[in-house]
Design a protein around this ligand. Structure first.
Ligand code: COA
Ligand code: ZN
Length: 303
């Protein structure tokens, strides 16, 4: 295999959002710097959501300002509504990650809205954003499995995509396995169908979690189906606090390792990535979710 894939590094946002002890702003910024030094270009730096919902990311404006000052990266921020967009733009956001869920249960739990209400909010944001405004990506959480509703029918996600794609051509849509319950056949089938139907008007990204150790297999399945943008968090940290049972994101070092073995270029620098993964895991409470990180820590202790 050959080619390239874009990694969207989400450790500073998805990775830290559920960590209960507040991570000092300076350390969040140090993490973004370490990820940038590892050659990661697309970095989801924070989110502009209610600080009551996610107190950990109440320092979003400061983190984004510092991320914007790092050369060579494109920081993005997650936003769920108009208020989030306004705060993000005021803080200098160059790329917005719009988010809602594909299922009623999770959208209610996470955003306190119906799917229809959130869809209309996000559609309005896309439709009214000027052409010279920030880049936009649109994510559907729980595109494969919902903690409240179980397995999600592909038709449910495809119906949302059909409407969303029509609003503005050229957007990227991230389909997320928020709980880490998806299996590779499910991932392959949904992306193959989405790309067959909408691939001429939209691009697709996969956002996976590794709850049942199928995260990397799911990434490989998404790639085989034609997906060229993969979300991952250094150190395998992360999870949505409003999705019971969710656990860490697929680890960036695992994803980079997979693509190295497949001969697919990611642009990541291996040693620096392991350093960033080590820092991410420490900020999130110390665990070393990925085999690579355990290996690196063992080698360091032995030295
Ligand atoms: N950023 C900051 N504050 C926001 C906000 C945003 N994006 N959106 C709403 N608020 C504020 C409102 O201004 C209002 O403030 P006030 O009480 O001082 O007047 C308050 O939050 C309530 O507004 P409302 O629209 O009624 O929000 P809500 O209570 O229904 O909550 C969300 C809806 C979307 C704001 C909230 O559920 C949320 O932030 N969820 C994000 C969860 C998340 O990040 N999950 C993980 C990532 S998928
Ligand atoms: Zn996630």
């Amino acid at each position: 295999m050959s080619g390239t894939v874009t990694i969207v590094e989400v450790a500073p946002r998805d990775g830290l959002q559920a960590v209960s002890a507040f991570v000092p702003t300076e350390q969040k910024i140090a993490l973004v710097r370490a990820l940038a030094a590892a050659g990661l270009v697309e970095i989801e730096a924070t989110s502009f959501v209610s600080p009551k919902a996610i107190p950990q990311l109440a320092d979003a404006a400061e983190v984004l300002a510092a991320a914007n000052a790092i050369e060579g990266i494109l920081p993005s921020v997650l936003v769920p509504n108009r208020k989030g967009v306004e705060r993000a733009l005021a803080a200098g956001a160059r790329k917005l990650g719009l988010v809602m869920s594909a299922t009623e249960g999770h959208n209610r739990s996470n955003l306190n809205r119906s799917v229809e209400e959130s869809f209309n909010d996000l559609a309005d944001i896309v439709a009214t954003m000027p052409a010279d405004g920030p880049a936009i990506r649109w994510s559907f959480s729980c595109s494969f499995h919902c903690p409240f509703e179980g397995v999600v029918a592909p038709a449910q996600v495809l119906a949302l995509l059909e409407r969303a794609v029509a609003i503005r051509p050229g957007l990227t849509f991230a389909l997320a396995d928020t709980t880490g319950n998806a299996a590779p056949d499910q991932v392959r089938a949904l992306f193959a169908e989405a790309i067959a139907r909408f691939g001429s008007r939209a691009r697709f990204a996969f956002h996976g979690h590794d709850t049942y150790n199928l995260g990397i297999a799911n990434v490989a399945a998404a790639y085989e189906a034609g997906v060229r943008e993969i979300d991952a968090a250094a150190g395998g940290i992360g999870g949505c606090p409003f999705a019971p049972g969710a656990s860490g994101n697929v680890a960036t070092e695992d994803v980079v390792w997979l693509f190295r073995r497949l001969g697919v270029e990611t642009g990541a620098r291996w040693r620096e990535l392991l350093e960033a993964a080590d820092l991410a895991a420490r900020l999130a409470g110390g665990g070393a979710a990925s085999g690579h990180l355990r290996h690196v820590r063992a080698a360091r202790e032995a030295a």
